[in-house]
Ligand binder design. Structure first.
Ligand SMILES: *Cc1c(COP(=O)(O)O)cnc(C)c1O
Length: 400
């Protein structure tokens, strides 16, 4: 087949007329299937990013494709001005799987977090009895919850905030995984504690064992909502359906997104029990595309496939297998290898990008985070053979 445009042409076109908000690797992908990405020059790569864990079921899963195309031919977007046949079935699936009474659908992760902030504040004033406009939400240092103005207001990364002020007040930042600091930060005005059970963009940072459980207890004692952002850690990524299940914790508010739809469509959701969700009344909140039939149909199927294909268990098994091998890597620049399930970091004492570039030549795509950390998060459908291929590539790159 003759191609009219080369990789260079595509890159030039994109860079000339697109806003420069990313610094992507210089490969142009034209097709993706399962764990593999194919560039326009016919090269094949093992995807160890899973689009920031939004394609946990692999790219273009055939069962999702079938439901998606069928639904797209029937109805796509209706708004919630009236009802549709897909929304309630999606609600049933997600509440049964998470064990929560109620769900509120949104589109993106950041929008889900914004919604959680509104929910916690309204709960503070109408249930907890906090004085008007005094509600406080505690968050963690090094967090990542999205890029909207309110969400970056409580980021600790200057890069995310610089020149974007003024910021939304009402947030307190405590060190990640420090129970004493959390205890000290709680006041009668605290309505919620928001955290990622494992920080993803922050470099796969895992809190000390038992921290989540202690935080849960502390929140309960102080009538503070425990809100867990499992947008990246959810849907089997860490070897449990949700990362909070490693410590048998029950969050008051659970925020999910990314792989909820298997990567076919932006769908996020908040889950909470009735007494909390019911603070929202008609007219309080909304979003034009939230809960549309196309997103609902494919998300419902994505949750079913995750369960039917035992992908959470596969994440645990393949994660352990990968981790065992990573621990044997001989390279003086490796400071630490850590992770849970298929959510793994190789932390180096210097820049990670040169290693990522070499891995790319070998046919493995991974992207550094925080400049010195390589995040390995392949689709949960990865096979033992594919993990072995990854290990061989890592050995070559790190030990040569
Ligand atoms: C990606 C991510 C978000 C933001 O999701 P978007 O869909 O990009 O808005 C929020 N929280 C966590 C933990 C994430 O990984």
């Amino acid at each position: 087949m003759i191609k009219s445009m080369t990789a260079k042409d595509y890159i030039k076109l994109e860079d000339e007329i697109g806003a420069q908000t990313y610094s992507p690797l210089s490969i142009v992908i034209e097709r993706a299937e399962g764990v593999w990405l194919y560039d326009i020059d016919g090269r094949k790569y093992l995807d160890c990013t899973s689009a920031f864990s939004s394609v946990n079921l692999g790219h273009c899963h055939p069962k999702l494709l079938e439901v998606f195309t069928k639904q797209a031919a029937e109805m796509t977007q209706l708004s919630r001005a009236f009802r549709n046949t897909q929304l309630p079935l999606f609600f049933k699936e997600i509440t049964e799987l998470t064990g929560k009474d109620k769900v509120l659908p949104m589109n993106t992760g950041a929008e889900g977090i914004e919604t959680a902030v509104k929910m916690a504040r309204k709960w503070a004033y109408t249930v907890k009895g906090v004085e008007k406009d005094k509600a406080e939400i505690i968050v963690c240092n090094n967090n990542f919850h999205g890029r909207t103005t309110t969400v970056i207001s409580f980021s600790s990364h200057q890069k995310y905030k610089e020149n974007f002020g003024p910021f939304t007040p009402g947030f307190k930042i405590v060190p990640f995984g420090d129970i004493e600091a959390l205890k000290a930060a709680i006041t009668p005005n605290t309505c919620a504690f928001l955290m990622e059970p494992i920080q993803g963009e922050g470099g796969i940072q895992i809190p000390p064992d038992g921290f989540l459980k202690q935080a849960e207890t502390l929140c309960r004692e102080n009538n503070v909502l425990l809100m867990l952002d499992e947008i990246q850690t959810g849907w089997g990524r860490t070897g449990k359906l949700f990362a909070h299940l490693h410590e048998d914790v029950n969050p008051d508010v659970l925020i999910v997104g990314k792989s909820l739809s298997g990567g076919f469509y932006p769908v996020s959701a908040l889950l909470a029990d009735k007494e909390i969700m019911d603070v929202f009344k008609p007219g309080d909140h909304g979003s034009t595309f939230a809960g549309n039939p196309l997103g609902c149909a494919v998300s419902k199927k994505a949750m079913q496939v995750l369960v039917e294909e035992n992908l959470t268990q596969n994440a645990e098994e393949m994660g352990n297998y990968l981790m065992e091998n990573l621990k044997t890597l001989q390279n003086p620049h490796i400071k630490e290898v850590r992770g849970k399930g298929l959510f793994i970091a190789i932390e180096l004492d210097g820049p990670a990008r040169p290693y990522c570039d070499k891995l790319l030549e070998k046919g493995v795509i991974c992207k550094e985070t925080q400049t010195n950390i390589i995040r390995l998060a392949p689709p949960l459908t990865i096979t033992r053979e594919q993990v072995s291929f990854l290990v061989d590539c890592l050995k070559t790159v790190f030990e040569q």
